[in-house]
Design a protein around this ligand. Structure first.
Ligand SMILES: [Fe+2]
Ligand SMILES: [Fe+2]
Length: 250
């Protein structure tokens, strides 16, 4: 069994930066980091699925990278809509794919193939695959002889809240067709919606995960904050293609 820890939507601001919806995102991140240090120091992967920073620059990414030093050899990152691609590429260069158009990764773990996609459209809240990633993704899954887990910030599904569903992946149909075509795609793991959710696209299980800071209220027509506590998600991947997952709230 191999363990992946997913954290998402950290929204870290610069020193003395503003609160996010009355939340101190730095304090919230540091609590999560302490929890990981105590309980998941030896996880096989730590994957951060976007909105690492809240509209900030290189300094904030460097702070995050330094804070996650115990996991550097197992850390993977992808951007969200609040991120900026250039400073991410600069700071995370040692751990991301060498691709000027995206902040993405590909990886293997215990009989699984992992792929991290960049869905950041700079200046927009909704997302889509940047650069040549549709081609890369199709090549990756068509060559795959092992189960594939896809990580992406924007969910390729609706979660039942109108306001946030209007801000998901724009190419839902294209993505869904790809999943239908390639049965190797077993898992799709997302952030962005700041809430726990689970559904399926054909054979693939799709999961979203609570933010490390503020949560959004499920099943809301308009934007609304939820009082549920911050969280993270654990995946245990087995070499036979099965897995278990659970959300942990702090
Ligand atoms: Fe977010
Ligand atoms: Fe987001």
């Amino acid at each position: 069994m191999a363990q992946i820890v997913q954290i998402t939507d950290i929204h870290l601001v610069g020193d003395d930066g503003p609160l996010l919806l009355e939340h101190d995102t730095r304090a919230a991140f540091l609590r999560i980091k302490d929890y990981l240090y105590q309980h998941h120091l030896n996880c096989e992967r730590l994957i951060v699925t976007g909105d690492l920073a809240h509209d900030e620059g290189e300094q904030v990414y460097q702070e995050l990278f330094d804070a996650l030093a115990p996991w550097h050899d197992r850390l993977r990152v992808i951007p969200g809509n609040h991120d900026a691609r250039m400073p991410m590429q600069k700071v995370f260069a040692p751990i991301i794919r060498d691709d000027h158009e995206s902040v993405s990764f590909q990886d293997e773990l215990n009989g699984w193939l992992l792929i991290g996609l960049d869905t950041l459209i700079e200046g927009a809240v909704e997302g889509d695959l940047a650069g040549q990633q549709w081609t890369w993704l199709r090549e990756f899954v068509s060559a795959a002889t092992k189960p594939v887990a896809i990580f992406m910030h924007h969910p390729p599904v609706f979660v039942g809240s109108r306001w946030v569903d209007e801000l998901s992946l724009t190419s839902l149909g294209v993505f869904s067709n790809l999943v239908e075509e390639f049965e190797q795609i077993k898992l799709v793991i997302c952030g962005h919606v700041h809430q726990e959710f689970q559904t399926k696209i054909f054979q693939a299980d799709v999961f979203t995960t609570p933010s490390t800071c503020v949560q959004f209220k499920p099943n809301s027509v308009d934007f609304a904050v939820d009082k549920s506590p911050p969280g993270l998600r654990i995946f245990n991947l087995h070499s036979d293609g099965t897995f278990e997952t659970e959300v942990i709230r702090l």
